[in-house]
Design a protein around this ligand. Structure first.
Ligand SMILES: [Zn+2]
Length: 169
């Protein structure tokens, strides 16, 4: 299962928290800045409801804080928790972990275009390994694999190139 992990820290600890996440193997995250009031500060508090008082309260009492958010595999979570705890042992932080049911990513046209650039199509008229006919053999070369098929009988062979890095896998 994938987990949406959010680390809430005060703004002066942002660098420490980011390094702790990077150390634990997180490669990507996003950051949200917010004004935070801790439950202890807020308890028993009530404000006048006009906008000026509300905004004034935020200016005077709320702390500048950040939320660092990332998506990771469940197995990685304890590693991240430990790393954050080590880096921020003496600081205030909150971690919230939310299970993710589904992720939908739409790349628009970008992904398709990128893929098309990476794929080559070749055609060569040679005797087919299967039917023996001197027929056009179509070759599709992807980043780390190739597919060759016979235009006469349809026999297909697949090849995987070893030792080629594919960032998608
Ligand atoms: Zn053939």
């Amino acid at each position: 299962m994938k987990v949406h992990l959010r680390v809430f820290v005060e703004i002066e600890n942002l660098g420490k928290a980011m390094n702790a996440l990077t150390d634990s193997g997180i490669t990507g995250f996003y950051i949200l800045e917010y004004k935070g009031m801790s439950p202890e500060d807020w308890e028993g508090f009530s404000i006048k409801e006009d906008p000026k008082s509300a905004i004034g309260m935020i200016r005077d009492y709320a702390n500048d804080a950040v939320q660092i958010c990332t998506v990771l595999n469940e197995e990685q979570v304890p590693v991240v928790e430990e790393s954050v705890n080590k880096a921020l042992e003496n600081d205030r932080y909150t971690i919230i972990e939310v299970p993710i049911r589904k992720i939908i990513v739409n790349y628009g046209n970008q992904d398709k275009k990128a893929k098309e650039v990476d794929v080559w199509f070749l055609e060569k008229k040679v005797p087919c390994f299967y039917c023996g006919e001197d027929a056009a053999q179509r070759i599709r070369v992807d980043v780390n694999k190739a597919k060759i098929w016979c235009t006469n009988c349809g026999a297909t062979r697949h090849y995987i190139f070893k030792g080629v890095e594919n960032p998608e896998e």
